[in-house]
Design a protein around this ligand. Structure first.
Ligand SMILES: [Zn+2]
Length: 115
């Protein structure tokens, strides 16, 4: 959970990322331990990207910033969007299952295709 200061830093970094058009240019997993990593383009140097690792419960960026940087902010936003999409898909699947199973549970009489 973020404290007030961290939440404020995250908000500012997210705004900075949006303003400067910071983008995620790659996604993958670190070979050594399977941790998810995101490559975020540097806004100062087009040939450089910073790696943000999704370690247990926190995001670790390799850039020199000591505060919440825009690289971590944009990855945070991407992870929140992923989690939201997963939740929406799960809820839709659950709703579909409820719709499909209700008639079968309530009606088990044999039926004929011919009248
Ligand atoms: Zn960074």
């Amino acid at each position: 959970m973020l404290n007030h200061q961290e939440a404020l830093e995250l908000e500012r970094a997210t705004a900075r990322a949006a303003r400067e058009g910071t983008t995620i240019i790659g996604r993958g997993r670190r070979k050594a331990d399977g941790v998810r990593v995101f490559a975020v383009a540097s806004s100062r140097d087009a040939t450089r990207a910073y790696l943000v690792a999704v370690e247990t419960g926190r995001l670790v960026c390799e850039c020199p910033s000591r505060k919440v940087c825009k690289h971590r902010a944009i990855v945070h936003a991407a992870l929140v969007a992923e989690a939201t999409a997963r939740r929406v898909a799960r809820e839709a699947a659950e709703a579909a299952t409820r719709r499909e199973s209700a008639p079968l549970r309530s009606n088990t009489r044999p039926f004929s295709l011919y009248r």
